[in-house]
Design a protein around this ligand. Structure first.
Ligand SMILES: NC(=O)C1=CN([C@@H]2O[C@H](COP(=O)(O)OP(=O)(O)OC[C@H]3O[C@@H](n4cnc5c(N)ncnc54)[C@H](OP(=O)(O)O)[C@@H]3O)[C@@H](O)[C@H]2O)C=CC1
Ligand SMILES: N[C@@H](CC=O)C(=O)O
Length: 428
């Protein structure tokens, strides 16, 4: 049987995992697709770099165009990262009728619609399962498993690095910087980890999930983003005390046809299944109008979990190639997008204030909430052992983002408030 030739762009954390799986599971994979799968060319930045696996130096190139322009290659697996130049490689590969597998969320969040339109024009597959939540098959699930339902909410821990950091800070009291370094050594973090810790990586993934779940074109600029770099050990301790776990949570929801998408550190009620997702694990909770609650769990980053999704996509693409079809057409968004405004976005809030320790302060604070029509679930005032100020810890009921912003603006001008220490979304 004639082998299927695959071109690999990138041989780093994920690329090495892909080679291991394709070689290690060759018998099983080839029996599924009906012919051997051969990685015949690999583009890397530095072909002299020592590798963890044996690679025939003759198949390495430092020029990705060698892979894209090779007429023998049927499928391109892109695990190299990058956006503008990588987009050019992929569009050219599609132009040449090659099928694409990518783990690149940066690319798909920014140019997914253009790439998918080109794929449709050329009747090629573009599969990108590994781009969201590593080893969890969430993209296929949204496209196929939920094709019959109307999704109302998608809530996810979709970044392994930040979940690893928050878990270690919470359970071991570890320092933010040390754990970030460990996540980098383990191959979880992006080449520039700022995109992990500042929430951008999760935002890209939520844009992809929102597009698929709501069948409308969610763009990166539609996602409001806040990362974990300002989350302190004290914040995590307060969350725990109140019965919550601190998680970097992506939330996409819709009411009628109005949607909102955000990524932010969130205090999640301990009884919610997502609160128990720790370490590099990810989870995506999907609420469908008909199906109700579902949740999908697995490793969100790292070589082998991510490569599992990449190679599963490869198998799907080769099966399609053999059948002369291309699949997953439902991914092309068709609905007009309507974003919620700040008055329509509502959730509970946790607020920690440092205030002057004197009579009447609490009344001033609660009055401000009443003035802007924000009702409160709990308010606690306590002296601070080490400082001359008191702490006020507030949890609101659901309040619109617009009204909460007004409260916080008002607080900026209140003399009795020394610092607005922390404000977090609360879920559950
Ligand atoms: N790591 C993870 O857990 C996950 C990563 N992803 C995504 O997968 C992709 C790859 O990530 P990862 O494997 O971690 O990245 P790495 O940095 O480990 O690997 C990148 C690879 O691409 C090669 N490369 C980079 N730039 C070029 C270039 N211009 N020309 C040729 N080769 C190039 C590098 O070559 P060389 O080896 O010579 O330096 C390296 O082999 C990214 O899009 C990432 O966002 C998705 C899910 C999980
Ligand atoms: N840096 C990412 C890798 C997977 O997408 C993460 O930590 O989740």
């Amino acid at each position: 049987m004639k082998p299927v030739k695959v071109g690999l762009l990138g041989l780093g954390t994920v690329g090495t995992g892909v080679v291991r799986i394709v070689e290690g599971n060759q018998e099983d994979l080839s029996s599924q697709v009906g012919s051997p799968i051969i990685i015949s060319k690999i583009a890397v930045k530095n072909s002299d770099k020592p590798r963890d696996i044996f690679i025939d130096p003759a198949i390495l190139t430092e020029d990705p165009w060698d892979v894209i322009r090779d007429p023998e290659i049927d499928v391109i697996v892109e695990v190299m990262g990058g956006v503008e130049q990588t987009k050019a490689y992929i569009l050219e590969a599609l132009e040449r009728g090659k099928h694409i597998i990518t783990a690149n969320k940066d690319l798909m969040a920014l140019y997914g619609s253009e790439i998918l339109a080109k794929a449709q024009e050329k009747q090629c597959d573009v599969f990108y399962e590994a781009s969201v939540a590593g080893g969890i098959p969430i993209i296929r699930t949204l496209i196929e498993g939920f094709s019959s339902d109307r999704i109302l909410k998608i809530m996810g821990i979709v970044n392994g690095t930040t979940n690893f950091i928050l878990t270690k800070m919470s359970k071991e009291g570890a320092s933010y910087d040390d754990v970030l370094q460990e996540a980098q050594q383990l191959g979880y973090a992006e080449s520039d980890p700022t995109s992990d810790v500042e929430g951008l990586d999760a935002a890209r993934k939520m844009a992809i999930l929102g597009t698929l779940g709501f069948r409308t074109n969610v763009e990166l600029k539609d996602v409001s983003v806040r990362g974990i770099s300002q989350v302190t050990k004290e914040d995590i301790a307060y969350a725990k005390r109140l019965g919550y776990e601190m998680k970097l949570l992506g939330i996409a929801d819709r009411e009628d046809e109005n949607i909102s998408i955000s990524v932010q550190p969130t205090m999640v009620r301990r009884s919610h299944p997502i609160a128990a997702v720790n370490g590099v694990y990810n989870a995506v909770y999907v609420y469908g109008e008909a199906v109700g609650e579902t949740m999908f769990y697995g490793a969100g980053a790292g070589a082998m979990p991510t490569a599992t999704s990449v190679v599963a996509d490869l198998v799907a693409a080769i099966k399609n190639l053999k059948l002369g079809v291309n699949g997953l057409k439902a991914i092309v968004p068709y609905k007009q997008k309507k974003l919620k405004d700040d008055e329509q976005i509502k959730y509970k809030n946790f607020i920690l204030l440092h205030v002057d320790d004197k009579a009447g302060v609490l009344a001033q604070i609660t009055q401000a909430f009443a003035q802007f029509d924000v009702s409160l679930e709990s308010v606690v005032q306590q002296p601070n052992e080490h400082n001359p100020y008191a702490e006020i810890i507030i949890v609101t009921h659901d309040a619109s983002k617009a009204r909460m912003n007004k409260v916080l603006e008002h607080f900026e001008g209140l003399e009795v408030i020394r610092t607005i220490k922390s404000v977090y979304r609360v879920e559950g």
